[in-house]
Design a protein around this ligand. Structure first.
Ligand code: ZN
Length: 156
């Protein structure tokens, strides 16, 4: 699999120096997502304040694409309104399904545009999407609960 060199560097940098890795003690929702085809695993903690994302922390194992992608997502989505985070997530999913025909909007996706080339490799798309799907699942659970407090974890 060959990606643009600059993009390769962005991905490797996130993989080697992941952002927001290490699960927070407190959270509103915790989700665990796996990608069996590659062996990637991610646990993600989401905390919100009203409709704003207060923190996203995660821990995981797996390939560089999966770990870099969740690092990028956690950095990009934190401090955003959940509606805005959903729109960004939709754009990323759309990019991953573009089969290499889209470059992604760096104004919206920032470092996540480095994943654009992954969309040419069907076997790796799930790796790139894993962290984003985990975020979306966590956000959906918070919205469904109506109150984040119902799902506040003990952190133990
Ligand atoms: Zn993977």
């Amino acid at each position: 699999m060959e990606l643009d060199n600059l993009y390769q560097e962005v991905i490797l940098d996130h993989y080697k120096h992941p952002l927001n890795k290490g699960l927070s003690d407190s959270y509103d929702v915790q989700v665990h997502h796996i990608n069996p085809s590659c062996g990637d695993e991610i646990t993600l903690n989401l905390s919100v304040e009203g409709s704003k994302i207060k923190s996203i922390t995660w821990d995981g194992v797996g390939c560089s694409i999966s770990q870099a992608s969740v690092s990028i997502a956690s950095d990009l989505l934190v401090d955003k309104d959940m509606d805005e985070a959903d729109a960004i997530t939709e754009q990323f999913i759309d990019l991953m399904h573009s089969k290499g025909t889209k470059e992604g909007d760096p104004e919206v996706l920032e470092d996540a545009v480095a994943m654009a080339g992954v969309s040419k490799f069907p076997a790796r798309i799930k790796c790139a999407l894993l962290g984003w799907m985990a975020y979306r699942d966590a956000a959906d659970r918070i919205k469904q609960s109506g109150s984040a407090r119902d799902h506040r974890g003990s952190g133990q």
